[in-house]
Design a protein around this ligand. Structure first.
Ligand SMILES: [Zn+2]
Ligand SMILES: [Zn+2]
Length: 77
């Protein structure tokens, strides 16, 4: 493995690779949901994204944001 440093997201509590996020203390997913930064095309495998290290966690706030952006039928897993 390269020397990817792992950080913990302040919002969702997931770990992520520090280099993948534009925000100092947010994973790419939360940075995208909260601040509109480019998101990753997450590829979750064995409970962790191969691209950014995010573990799929979503805080209540993020979940609410997502559901308000996408009303209607249940969102895909
Ligand atoms: Zn996060
Ligand atoms: Zn990812």
């Amino acid at each position: 493995m390269a020397d990817l440093s792992t950080k913990t997201c302040d919002e969702c509590g997931s770990t992520y690779f520090a280099e993948t996020s534009a925000m100092a203390n947010l994973c790419p997913e939360c940075a995208h949901r909260l601040y509109g930064y480019a998101n990753y095309d997450h590829r979750l495998e064995d409970g962790q994204c191969l691209a950014c290290g995010w573990d799929g966690s979503r805080s209540k706030l993020i979940a609410r944001l997502i559901s308000s952006f996408m009303p209607g039928p249940a969102s895909p897993a």
